[in-house]
Design a protein around this ligand. Structure first.
Ligand SMILES: [Zn+2]
Length: 191
């Protein structure tokens, strides 16, 4: 489990090379920023992107970074949750700003908080469908980019009006963010 006192040490490693977290990278629904409705009404604004991936698919760190959070949030069959979630801190090599990559619905054995990881290094694997290990969802990866501030706490997957857990403006479209490195001639998106 995370210990904020040990894992909030900035600056984080610079993200000079980036990769998509799974290969191939095929976003499904919901996409980033979509309003999701469920049986109980508005569920919230999706803060990341759901990516098609079968159970066991290796999930890789999108850049050099420091694991700042690793925890198990099993939820229930009635109310899903994260399963295992990993959050990695990085420094943007151009702006110098911290950002965080988030990987949800992983199976057991995910990287622990405090570990330094290299770009492309495995963080874990997609969890089995409809079990506690993936938080009771169809097998998939929830991938998100959070721009802070980092408080040491687990981050939500949705924003609900009236919630003080996060703000939508602290999140960015993860596909667009990864691709933005293509626009910087001295940065590299590696496949
Ligand atoms: Zn999601």
């Amino acid at each position: 489990m995370t210990n904020p006192a040990e894992t909030s040490a900035a600056p984080y490693p610079a993200a000079t090379r980036v990769v998509f977290p799974v290969e191939p990278y095929e976003p499904s629904d919901p996409r980033f920023g979509e309003n999701v409705r469920g049986a109980g009404g508005l569920f919230g604004i999706h803060l990341g992107e759901d990516v098609c991936a079968v159970a066991g698919t290796v999930v890789r760190s999108v850049a050099d970074g420091l694991v700042v959070y690793s925890g198990f949030h099993p939820g229930s069959a009635e109310k899903g949750n994260w399963g295992n979630i990993v959050i990695v801190g990085h420094r943007h090599p151009v702006s110098g700003a911290d950002f965080f990559s988030l990987y949800g619905h992983l199976g057991p054995g995910a990287k622990p908080a405090g570990d330094l990881v290299a770009v492309g290094e495995p963080l874990g694997a997609v969890g089995a469908a409809y079990t506690a290990e993936n938080g009771w969802w169809e097998a998939h990866l929830h991938f998100a980019i959070y721009t802070g501030p980092w408080t040491g706490s687990v981050l939500p997957g949705y924003f609900r009006e009236g919630s003080d857990r996060t703000r939508p403006e602290h999140w960015t479209d993860p596909s667009a963010f990864i691709r933005s490195f293509l626009a910087e001639p001295y940065l590299t998106v590696v496949s």
